[in-house]
Design a protein. Structure first.
Length: 167
């Protein structure tokens, strides 16, 4: 069962993950590059800690290392070059990872089931989210937010409804 969502808070997929956690008052955090938390409300709203370096790669690796699994959200079917580093860190630290593109998805419930299965099979408690940036794929924030809200918080968003994405 997921206990916490982590990311660097970079605009795009990572910000979408933290925003859905804020909406549902869910534990959240992670590492961000030195100087990032001072430029915004990250340190208070998202509870991010700064790495010693301003190198985004150090924050990304720390989040991969400190989590149980990583999920990459993109619009494109293939991971983008900016996602390669996250997958390399996951391999290096022997952490499972999953890529969830929105392009080609005709039934979001199938993707919800795929994510739920991944989280359950890997006994994920600390869940690292990364993916494409908002500048590269502007719709990735919405894709990430909707998919995570449907997967993790459907029962809260629809309290008086029978069924759900799993049923």
């Amino acid at each position: 069962m997921i206990e916490k969502i982590v990311s660097t808070g970079r605009p795009g997929a990572e910000r979408g993950a933290l925003d859905v956690a804020v909406r549902w008052q869910f534990p959240r955090g992670g590492w961000c590059p030195k100087g990032s938390a001072l430029e915004s409300t990250f340190s208070t709203v998202f509870t991010l800690a700064e790495t010693p370096s301003s190198d985004p790669g150090q924050a990304l690796e720390s989040n991969v290392r400190d989590s149980d699994a990583t999920v990459l959200f993109t619009i494109s079917r293939e991971p983008l070059p900016e996602n390669e580093q996250a997958m390399e860190f996951a391999r290096l630290h022997r952490k499972p990872f999953l890529h969830l593109p929105s392009r080609g998805v005709f039934d979001i419930n199938l993707t919800v089931e795929k994510l739920q299965r991944f989280l359950e099979e890997n006994a994920v408690r600390i869940f690292h989210v990364t993916g494409s940036s908002a500048t590269r794929e502007p719709d990735v924030w919405r894709w990430t937010f909707v998919l995570l809200e449907t997967t993790l918080f459907w029962h809260l968003a629809h309290p008086n409804t029978l069924g759900g994405p799993k049923e």
